[in-house]
Design a protein around this ligand. Structure first.
Ligand code: MG
Length: 390
């Protein structure tokens, strides 16, 4: 069995949305197809992935280094012991050949996206959904049929008024979500506080609210917001400052009464370990780590990060991978994490889950389709099928 080709294409997200720090008008994502010569149900097995949203396409690194390394590797060096499937750990090692330490984000997105596409193929060859394969390997076989899922929404958009924000949040709750998140930091403090109060009025006792500052704030702004928001009993205050500014994060942690979250912009196990050791995150307070596996070397490395976190006593319930897509949904289910994110109605085909997924009381049902399950997302799967030529 061989990987016969790996293809990449950059697709624009075409979104008018913005958070406090940047808009998505130029945003692209890399879609990857790992094509094998393994046949299932009369068709070639192809693994697919994309690099989530919020990081630009990274095809140049894939085409120059990581794809050739895999295609030029000896076939046996990519297979498991039994020789009956591909081995993502070995394929990760092949991609990391001749790479210097550090500088993770220069390659972690490209490598992680290819690695997750390999997992899609591995699960399809096993004939199982990815969440089941991951549960068997990494979570003692605890297979679940639904995952807690919250909405990452509340974006700033041209002409969007507070009433529109309230309408958006009401829609999410009416759909079945019990937790929503909104952006802060893109308006003056007083306006953001009245946006929070307006959304809290809509939620009432139907659920919880979190806020996301997308690393916008200086130390003083972050602490001012922390003090102003302490009274709202938010589920969490996300990315108040630069993700590697552990000293400032520790100060914010002392100034804020609620839970903090960060990590979607950390790309290595070591950075996450530093965050836990020096950023004063506290699991017992409900703090959350949001590493996004396709952007951070993929699933094998994510398992290593979880092993490291377990040594620090960090529970899996304190992990919510960023992403709002079927990859992070399968990963949250397979590893038994706290939950996953969802972006209903934004980012076109790159948001959302299987077209037949059901949402009930904040939990999203999982599909039994082999692999990640992109075949259940008509719009996205069309792009992937065209890329693979199948
Ligand atoms: Mg975020």
């Amino acid at each position: 069995m061989r990987i016969t080709d790996i293809r990449e294409t950059a697709i624009p997200l075409k979104s008018t949305l913005a958070n406090s720090s940047f808009n998505f008008s130029e945003m692209t994502t890399s879609v990857v197809a790992v094509i094998t010569d393994v046949m299932r149900d009369g068709k070639k097995v192809c693994g697919f992935a994309f690099n989530s949203t919020g990081r630009y396409a990274c095809g140049a690194q894939m085409r120059a280094r990581f794809i050739p390394r895999i295609l030029n590797a000896e076939t046996k060096s990519l297979l498991n012991e039994a020789g009956d499937n591909f081995d993502p750990e070995k394929i990760l090692a092949v991609m990391m050949r001749n790479e210097k330490a550090g500088g993770h984000s220069e390659r972690s997105v490209a490598i992680g996206t290819i690695e997750v596409a390999v997992w899609d193929a591995v699960a399809k060859i096993e004939g199982k959904p990815l969440h089941r394969v991951l549960a068997e390997r990494y979570n003692g076989g605890k297979v679940v049929d639904k995952v807690f899922c919250y909405v990452g929404g509340g974006w700033y958009a041209p002409g969007k008024a507070t009433q529109d924000l309230q309408d958006e949040m009401r829609r999410h709750l009416d759909t079945g979500y019990t937790m929503v998140k909104m952006k802060v930091g893109g308006a003056p403090l007083a306006e953001d506080m009245s946006r929070i109060e307006a959304v809290k009025a809509i939620i009432g006792n139907r659920g919880e609210l979190a806020v996301d500052a997308n690393c916008k704030f200086s130390r003083d702004e972050a602490i001012t917001y922390a003090k102003a928001m302490s009274r709202y009993k938010l589920r969490w205050y996300e990315e108040p400052c630069d993700p590697l500014d552990f000293a400032t994060l520790a100060e914010i942690s002392d100034a804020y009464d609620g839970a903090l979250s960060t990590g979607e912009n950390l790309f290595s196990t070591q950075d996450v370990e530093n965050l836990v050791c020096f950023g004063s995150l506290r699991a017992e307070r409900g703090d959350v780590i949001q590493v996004d596996p396709p952007q951070a070397y993929g699933i094998v490395q994510y398992a290593r990060t979880l092993d490291m976190l377990a040594r620090h006593g960090w529970p899996r319930s304190g992990l919510f991978p960023h992403g709002g897509n079927q990859m992070s949904l399968a990963i949250a289910a397979g590893f038994g994490l706290g939950g996953a994110e969802s972006y209903p109605g934004v980012f076109g085909p790159f948001a959302g889950f299987a077209d037949d997924a059901k949402l009930e009381n904040g939990y999203l049902s999982l599909s039994d389709r082999p692999g990640i399950g992109f075949e259940g997302q008509a719009g996205l799967y069309k792009i992937m099928r065209e890329l693979a030529g199948i």
